[in-house]
Design a binder for this molecule. Structure first.
Ligand code: IMP
Length: 196
């Protein structure tokens, strides 16, 4: 089977490859099927975006396609940055500015707790049909200050209590064992390939 893993993020692709290792599936990336325009993320939820992307990429490529939409949701900020995680403060904003803004908003919110989670919605499409979907999370808190140079995006400010470190301080193997996205792809692995 050929499976188009529809992400433009090299960081995500690295994590996904680790989880799908050993399966009898040829992973096709967007680099292998050039010329497909990137669909706009117009959905109000992770679900909508994941489904829209999976269907758009499957229809354009003629392949079964998996797409996911993910982000950081901070309880005290009403779930922000959420579906707008990649666009928070604008697409050109750097992550240190985003971290500062999150901490600023938090300190301006009386009684704010630090609970946060990374969420992934994953959808697999065959043409216009969604053949599998799942939503997964990793629960944690906002770190007191950014820590760690591994991973990407909001990893330095996401503290995971069971390991006593941020996802930015985790090795690739540690993050793959616990991350929201790895959990989603393990669900896919079990559902589509009946593999452990
Ligand atoms: P998407 O490409 O619209 O799904 O955007 C996901 C955005 O959420 C990324 O650009 C990151 O800012 C953030 N994000 C998602 N997963 C992670 C993660 O595992 N670590 C850090 N940031 C993440």
């Amino acid at each position: 089977m050929r499976l188009l893993v529809a992400t433009t993020s090299a960081d995500k692709l690295r994590e996904i490859r680790l989880v799908l290792e050993g399966l009898d599936v040829a992973i096709v990336t967007l680099a292998d099927v050039p010329g497909i325009p990137e669909p706009e993320e117009t959905g109000a939820t992770f679900w909508e975006n994941a489904r829209q992307k999976a269907i758009a990429y499957s229809q354009a490529s003629g392949l079964v396609a998996v797409a996911e939409d993910s982000g950081l949701a901070v309880d005290a900020l009403g779930g922000e940055p959420g579906v707008r995680s990649a666009r928070f403060l604008g697409t050109q904003a750097g992550y240190s500015a985003r971290f500062e803004e999150i901490f600023r908003r938090l300190s301006g919110t009386p009684g704010a707790t630090r609970e946060a989670r990374f969420v992934t919605a994953l959808a697999v499409a065959d043409g216009s049909t969604i053949v599998f979907e799942t939503e997964t999370r990793i629960e944690g808190t906002l770190a007191p200050a950014p820590a760690g140079t591994h991973g990407f995006g909001y990893d330095p400010i996401f503290f995971y209590p069971p390991l006593g470190k941020t996802t930015g301080e985790m090795t690739r193997e540690e993050k793959t064992a616990v991350s929201h996205r790895a959990r989603a792809f393990r669900d896919l692995r079990r559902a589509l390939f009946t593999a452990p």
